[in-house]
Ligand binder design. Sequence first.
Ligand code: ZN
Length: 648
Amino acid sequence: MNITLPDGSIRELAQGSTGLDLANDIGPGLAKAAVAVVVNGSQMDLCDPIETDSEVSIITINSNDGLEIMRHTLTAQVLARAIKNLYPTAKLAIGPTIEDGFYYDFATETAISSDDLPKIENEMRNIIASGDLINKSLNTKKDAIKAFKSKKEEYKIAIINESEQADDFQIYQQGDSDFIDLCRGPHLPSLEHIGAFKLTKVAGAYWRGKSENEMLTRIYGTAWNNDKDLAAYLNRMEEAEKRDHRKLGKEMDLFHFQDEAPGMVFWHPNGWTIYRELQNFVRKRLVDNGYVEINTPQVIDRKLWEASGHWDKYRENMFITEIDEEHANEKRINALKPMNCPGHVQIYNQGIKSYRDLPLKFAEFGSCHRYEPSGTMHGLMRVRAFTQDDGHIFCTEDQIESETGLFIKFLSSVYADLGFKSFDIKLSTRPQMRVGSDEIWDKAELALETAIKNLGYPYKIDEGDGAFYGPKLDFVLTDAIGRDWQCGTFQLDFNLAERLDAEYVGEDGKKHIPVMIHRAILGSFERFIGILIENYAGKLPLWLAPRQVVIASITSDVNSYVNEVASLLKELNVRVETDTRNEKISYKVREHSTSKVPVIMVIGKKEMEERTISIRRLGSNENTSYSLNDIVEQIAQESKDSSNIQEL
Ligand code: ZN
């Protein structure tokens, strides 16, 4: 049979040859690094026979796929085996990989806590030291159930019973140990390929994620190819913990959550100041970029959501309200809007639109509610009530390319001003199930791609990952510690305008349906503020800082001068507070530094006599002296300058 390699070259191998045979045929170096194969697009174990002419690529341990397989083997084989060695009556549930690592869920008779992790890691090291080969057997449903029955693994039996498969259940085992696990694979061919790992935490998790089921123990871990990568990851995590917006949000007195409104933010004065400043910044930029701001109702009758298709597809995530409408026989059922799009079409539909009106760009700081399961919520990063910097562009097919270019320029300038110099673009193209003709998809995908190319940005294509109603661009930021955040989106829609009867009169005098583009730059204000706080580790640029200046007195004799300086700054709209408490100056400086005040003015007798001000900038240990008149002007200017981003 013929094996086609990624470079297009063809090798002839005997039918039934394995990925390992192929790797050996290519060279001993490759055979040593090989851990699995991709045959016609599907990952397989290195020992699986290849039966027909195929396109094959070898996965090596040092690739991303290789690392993923290593993490998978580490959890499903090594961690699970270690648990069975240490807790023989433990029952195995599931053990998938996750971003940067893995977890495994078990039921154990004795509780496992984080204190037990070193012991479990040790046992894992002992197992890895054996360098056991990993073997696989294929079993019928009956045999697979029998194998796990003898081990009293009831979760595995439940998984097998629920499977629609009749046979080919893969059971993996290591060397001559009697440990077995059910798995789709692939796994490493041997434990020798395992790199550096660490177990990170223990948590509770319900079997199948349902709260009516029993609580299992979940052990999380991370794994990397070598110690250096592991150390870098652990460092990143430590840094992320220090920057956690929930922790900084408390220290800076920005917001809180409480049980009566899960996933909805109570913004404190300081946090709300950041919110408003960011919103004013975006509002100004929207105007500069040709958008008109609108506002649409929060609570809208289900009839509109039925017409838009949301009632059918998105009902589970919508907050529903019922009201006894006066004189009506039945209750009126409404939904809190989960998105703003249908409302924008209602405004578009007022009056006849001509091609001369297009592109028409509506923007709304749209407050949306979406029901998210309680386990998925995470501070400001994932909430149930949020405000999008939403906008919809109604345009003709011929305007897609120019609108794409304008949007990317707009987005890149906003990101740059907020301190994010680089972002990645992902283009998602047509999926199997879709609306719209191939002609419009061809045209739209080409327009998106051409616009990105013309601006010279690199991009990645995600084949088939577009929505059923149109291709889209996603924009992913990288923050100061190298984490990625998907924020911006530019989503073409060939469906909604037609569904909701939006049209325009074309140059030909006939009616046409506009292309609708959903777009956002920040995504939601809530999440973006979380990202900003973490990116800056709370040290926000002066224009965004809720308390820009605190004037602290060294002695009470200078209070009149402190108040004079404060009123000068207030007149120039600087957000300033005074601290004339009877406390040591070092105490005051420390306190205001912790709450991340960017400018601390220190005033003593000397400053008052000389009409100067001593300034301590956040992050510096030095005070610099300025004359009063100069510095008041300078700070006032700096505090309004949103292009003034300090280097991190
Ligand atoms: Zn939309």
